[in-house]
Write a protein of this length. Structure first.
Length: 67
């Protein structure tokens, strides 16, 4: 998986509690639930956010940089 962007997020405790409850019902972490909610909100506003490309697996081709 590509590196994730980490940043501090300040939330009203009531919002955080609601996100945690929703996450628990959908068997997700609070972090994953926030990402789902953000993606849904962006999509609703017509902003297309495609998932990042999956990581490449296996050995790099011979002659690749760093080998």
């Amino acid at each position: 998986m590509p590196a994730r962007k980490a940043f501090a997020l300040r939330l009203d405790p009531a919002i955080h509690a609601a996100v945690e409850r929703l996450a628990a019902t959908e068997l997700r972490s609070a972090n994953a639930q926030i990402e789902v909610l953000l993606r849904e909100a962006l999509k609703e506003r017509g902003i297309d956010v495609r998932p990042s490309a999956p990581p490449r697996r296996g050995r790099p081709p011979s002659g690749a940089a760093g080998s």
